[in-house]
Design a protein around this ligand. Structure first.
Ligand SMILES: [Zn+2]
Ligand SMILES: [Zn+2]
Length: 445
């Protein structure tokens, strides 16, 4: 009797406030994003995402009604909703309780929290692969992928085309605005499927973009994105110190060259002062031929395949006797350095060619000048790019505070800033203050 009763009890599903909708693509590269899931969840109950947010989620997050009303539609449309901050953390918890589905963290970048920095992790615009969407529509389960929400991913690894962010809506067959359903595969302005493109021909992505997208996709399919908390506290810092000891003869500079980062960056990652961004971590992984998921948790050192680039650096220690034989080769290499996306300094160039700066300047004064100029120009662009990137993170943090109904201030920014030196807030104080003011104004409206 008892056994029968137990069996019956097990079959009674747990009652939850909302339907236990299952996410699509779990455990694959093409895992669904939280924003897509949230829209489908609302649709399953025949209501808008806004209503679910206002009635079910925001009260559980301690919002008062006034802020709740203003914010109820902002969250799931914002770029950090699928990221690794507090907002996705809280929403996954609440939505998990409401639906009884406990895998929702896997639809965001939360599993990467503490392993990579935020830079490049969320896309400011909504993007998609029209062919993936078409295929998911054919299978009658259209959904949006987490991969499309990651800013540094530019291509679809399956179809090897660029992700797109513009629908090219036609006026024909457009759905009246009020009848447009918020669903992951429908255009927010014309209401038609995003798999329909006006031009029909999709731009092929280049090899580097595709392999980068694939590396990130493999990360999403890795055990890091499986259920359950991380069991190890190892990070990329452990990977770097071990790889330098075991494969670079203890010379950090060799790792710096192989990875293509700066000395300062590598040292900060190694000492855990800053986390590398997702693209930077991918550079480390590709420099050593190890899956990104392994590098991030300090594994894979026993099976790496270092990129031969830096291994050649000590080849043929410079000797004047070899000068004529090597001249042509050196000149060609110097030319090549000018075309690198991260051009070396004169000293680095000399190091890579196995000679001294002085000798290099004596033999190739023209090329050395060009290398110096190219490097200075790159450094300037890099500084601007980094400043812009950091200001965007500040803006994102301010938006996050606004969504939470918190007044954005420099002090609060400082508390939340991860992956950016705090000195930045002081150096760019006026720009950051302006961003806070804009946020305050939004909160007041
Ligand atoms: Zn695709
Ligand atoms: Zn459209």
């Amino acid at each position: 009797m008892d056994a029968v009763r137990v069996e019956v009890q097990e079959e009674i599903p747990v009652r939850t406030a909302l339907a236990p909708l299952q996410p699509h693509g779990l455990g694959t590269m093409y895992v669904e994003s939280l924003s897509s899931y949230f829209q489908r969840l609302a649709d399953q109950h025949s209501v808008s995402p806004k209503l679910i947010a206002r009635e079910f989620v925001l009260p559980r997050l301690g919002f008062n009604n006034r802020v709740g009303e203003v914010q109820s539609d902002r969250y799931w449309r914002s770029s950090f909703f699928n990221g690794m901050g507090e907002v996705p953390e809280q929403w996954c918890k609440v939505l998990g309780e409401l639906t009884g589905v406990d895998s929702l963290r896997r639809l965001t970048l939360l599993p990467l929290n503490g392993l990579v920095g935020m830079h490049g992790s969320s896309s400011a615009v909504h993007r998609w692969c029209p062919r993936c969407l078409y295929e998911s529509e054919v299978e009658d389960r259209p959904y949006g992928q987490l991969l499309w929400e990651i800013g540094c991913v530019k291509a679809c690894p399956r179809h090897e085309i660029h992700l797109i962010s513009v629908h090219g809506c036609g006026t024909e067959e457009a759905v009246p605005p009020l009848r447009i359903k918020p669903l992951p595969h429908l255009c927010r302005s014309c209401g038609r499927s995003l798999s329909l493109s006006s031009s029909g021909d999709f731009q092929p992505a280049d090899e580097a973009e595709v392999s980068f997208a694939r590396a990130i996709g493999e990360l999403l399919a890795s055990p890091l994105f499986a259920e359950g908390p991380r069991t190890s506290d190892r990070t990329i810092a452990d990977f770097l110190s071990e790889v330098i000891r075991s494969h670079e003869g203890g010379y950090g500079i060799k790792a710096v060259r192989r990875i293509g980062a700066t000395k300062g960056e590598v040292s900060e990652w190694m000492h855990g002062r800053h986390l590398p961004s997702l693209p930077q971590a991918a550079m480390v992984a590709s420099a050593y031929g190890v899956p990104l998921a392994d590098v991030l948790v300090g594994r894979g050192i026993d099976r790496l395949h270092p990129n031969p680039w830096a291994r050649d650096s000590r080849r043929g220690v410079f000797s004047p006797y070899k000068r004529w034989g090597m001249a042509e080769d050196m000149e060609a290499q110097l030319q090549q350095f000018l075309r690198l996306s991260i051009p070396p300094t004169e000293a680095e160039a000399a190091g890579m060619l196995g000679t001294s700066s002085r000798e290099l300047r004596r033999l190739y004064p023209e090329q050395c000048r060009a290398i110096g100029e190219r490097r200075a120009q790159w450094a300037e662009q890099e500084a601007t790019r980094r400043r812009d990137e950091r200001l965007r993170v500040v803006e994102e943090l301010v938006n996050q505070m606004v969504c939470e109904g918190v007044i954005p201030t420099i002090g609060r920014l400082e508390e939340r800033l991860v992956g950016i030196p705090k000195a930045f807030l002081f150096k760019e104080r006026s720009a950051c203050k302006r961003t806070c003011e804009v946020g305050k104004a939004k909160l007041g409206s």
